[in-house]
Design a protein around this ligand. Structure first.
Ligand code: DGT
Ligand code: CA
Ligand code: CA
Ligand code: ZN
Length: 561
């Protein structure tokens, strides 16, 4: 996927938001959003081809995109940006405040940022305003606090594409890699840490890149910049001879490094970014493996380096054999343009085959997500089409599934006899996010107890920086999942990252099994599985824990429970 696609899609999404905010027609808002998704998911670089070939992109949108490709913006976007202050746009990131309401508050009361909104609520200035009752105000205050505490961190997907762009932009480097929280695959990233071996000119190359908005600090060994997206990137140039020690040090975590340093102190050694030393003698520095081996332990995979037992396990030689991307044999949660995906069934299936899957489930939305206009007839037609396609893919089993909606009372869209016709039923919460903990727990437990529900999709429903996780007694939910053999999903979409690693670990202690799914709405989204594998690794999962690493027979047996 070309970067131009992502940037144009981002601009169209922004335009759709601003357009919706300022009272634009909902139908057109949806068509901008659809076009943005289609462009982001389009396999060819639009900067080289014709954007009109992307499905869902008509003449009017194509013109905007072409102007964007020429000069990084388009006139209508400039106009709306001028009309809506930056702080008002940030207000739309407050959970439960839609774009229309945000603009309404700006026009009616002059409220122009999330901070001002919090202040206005506390001063009672919203009282009596239509659509802003006490419960709404309480939810808004929660959303504002959540936005504040999530600070400037970005999700892993944003940070990873930027890091890959930075590394590709410095061809003079003999060696270059990312370290820090990104290498540990945390779900949010504070800043990007890049290490390189290379000539002195590397720093100047770096500072001259188009993605650099501001140079924060620069010296011979380290340069920090702020990018046009607002993210900080630290580039460190290190000597080849201490590459391994530098990678070890700057990968962190701080807590993991503290534990290693304590071990060194006991032996009278010193561990730094330059190496492991006994006095002036270098014991290890060139590779990370050398450093860990010298300390009497196995090399620790970066996602485990959080001081949550990995140091002890590495010393005993008992680190888990972590699940890897190559272990995944299929995907159990994907969409097509029958509902809100942007690619056709044929395209998605062909892409899955291209990835070498042994099985692939199509799980479009079910009728209770009304916007998607799904019907049983459409689902059954899709099943027929899938059966026809099957003949062309002897090496890959196509599974017909659905993504059901878990209603507030824990029931799902279709009666048992309809559900029984699907190979895979994923069930997810898509509404009523603010139920009490007791209600939400009962809701999930009921979904687990439904014998036709195989997988709970994106269980916490959080969207990083946008929507808080739902409140549930997760111990009770996981206990029910383990008891009923219901799989908990690790939704690999990086703005979801759901379940997060800490809850995966908790669930694993209850004996829960997991599926790592892309939740792809476009061909390009299938790539996101690597982020799901990152979560699984951070939670110490092995192939035995992850059902979509299993052969199909074992998987279907498990579903048949
Ligand atoms: P972030 O950026 O907040 O997502 O998290 P990290 O882990 O990338 O943290 P960062 O960028 O401050 O530092 C990168 C790594 O460098 C960190 O994980 C460990 C190492 N490091 C940085 N400063 C220190 C320090 O003062 N002591 C120790 N032991 N390690 C440090
Ligand atoms: Ca960092
Ligand atoms: Ca840093
Ligand atoms: Zn969903």
């Amino acid at each position: 996927m070309g970067r131009a696609n992502d940037e144009a899609a981002e601009a169209l999404h922004e335009y759709a938001d601003l357009y919706a905010m300022t009272g634009g027609d909902a139908f057109r808002v949806r068509s901008y959003q659809k076009a943005a998704k289609a462009i982001a998911g389009h396999p060819e670089d639009i900067a080289r081809g014709d954007v009109r070939q992307v499905p869902g992109v008509g003449e009017a949108i194509a013109k905007k995109v072409e102007e964007f490709l020429r000069r990084g913006s388009f006139r209508q976007l400039d106009d709306l940006r001028a009309e809506v202050p930056e702080g008002v746009r940030r207000m739309t990131r407050v959970a439960s405040l839609g774009p229309k309401k945000a603009f309404f508050l700006f026009q009616q009361l002059g409220i122009a940022s999330p901070e001002e909104l919090g202040e206005a609520i506390r001063q009672g200035r919203l009282e009596g305003l239509r659509g802003f009752g006490a419960k709404t105000e309480e939810n808004l205050l929660k959303g504002i606090e959540q936005l504040r505490s999530s600070g400037e961190r970005v999700h892993l997907g944003v940070a990873m594409s930027l890091a890959e762009r930075v590394m590709a932009s410095l061809p003079a480097a003999e060696r270059i890699a990312y370290a820090g929280s990104l290498r540990r695959m945390r779900d949010t990233i504070g800043d990007i840490d890049i290490l390189a071996v290379g000539p002195e000119s590397l720093m100047d190359d770096f500072k001259a890149q188009p993605y650099v908005a501001e140079v924060i600090a620069s010296g011979g060994r380290k340069t920090s910049v702020r990018t046009t997206q607002g993210l900080q990137v630290d580039l460190r140039v290190v000597p080849e001879a201490s590459w391994g020690a530098a990678m070890q040090y700057f990968t962190g975590s701080k807590e993991h490094n503290v534990r290693l340093r304590e071990m060194c102190v006991k032996r009278g050694w010193k561990l730094s970014e330059y190496g492991l030393f006994d006095g002036d003698t270098v014991i290890a520095a060139r590779t990370e493996e050398d450093v860990y081996t010298a300390l009497g332990m196995r090399w620790v995979p970066p996602p485990l380096r959080e001081d949550t037992g990995e140091v002890e396990a590495a010393l005993r030689g008992e680190l888990p054999g972590l699940v890897t991307l190559a272990d995944l044999r299929g995907d159990l949660h994907t969409h097509t343009d029958l509902t809100d995906g942007v690619a056709s069934l044929e395209e998605m299936v062909a892409a899955a085959a291209g990835r070498g899957y042994a099985y692939y489930a199509v799980t479009d939305h079910a009728p209770n997500l009304f916007m998607q206009r799904m019907t049983l007839d459409k689902a059954l037609e899709q099943r027929e089409e899938l059966r026809r396609l099957q003949a062309g893919y002897p090496g890959m089993r196509l599974l017909h599934g659905t993504e059901l909606n878990i209603a507030p009372d824990g029931t799902v869209d279709w009666p048992a006899e309809v559900l029984a016709g699907f190979d895979v039923c994923v069930a997810s919460v898509h509404s009523h996010f603010t139920q009490s903990r007791e209600e939400m727990t009962r809701r999930f437990v009921a979904a687990c107890e439904n014998p036709h529900v195989h997988v709970i999709g994106h269980p916490t429903t959080r969207k990083i920086g946008k929507r808080a996780p739902v409140d549930a007694d997760w111990e009770a939910v996981f206990e029910a999942a383990a008891r009923t053999g219901t799989v908990m999903e690790i939704d690999a979409y990086p703005d979801r990252a759901d379940l997060p690693a800490d809850l995966v670990r908790m669930a694993r202690h209850h004996g829960v099994k997991f599926s790592i799914d892309s939740d792809a709405h476009a061909v390009g989204h299938m790539e996101n599985l690597r982020y799901g594998v990152g979560i699984a690794q951070r939670a110490w999962l092995t192939t035995d824990d992850v059902v979509n690493t299993w052969p199909l027979d074992r998987l279907l047996d498990f579903f048949g429970r």
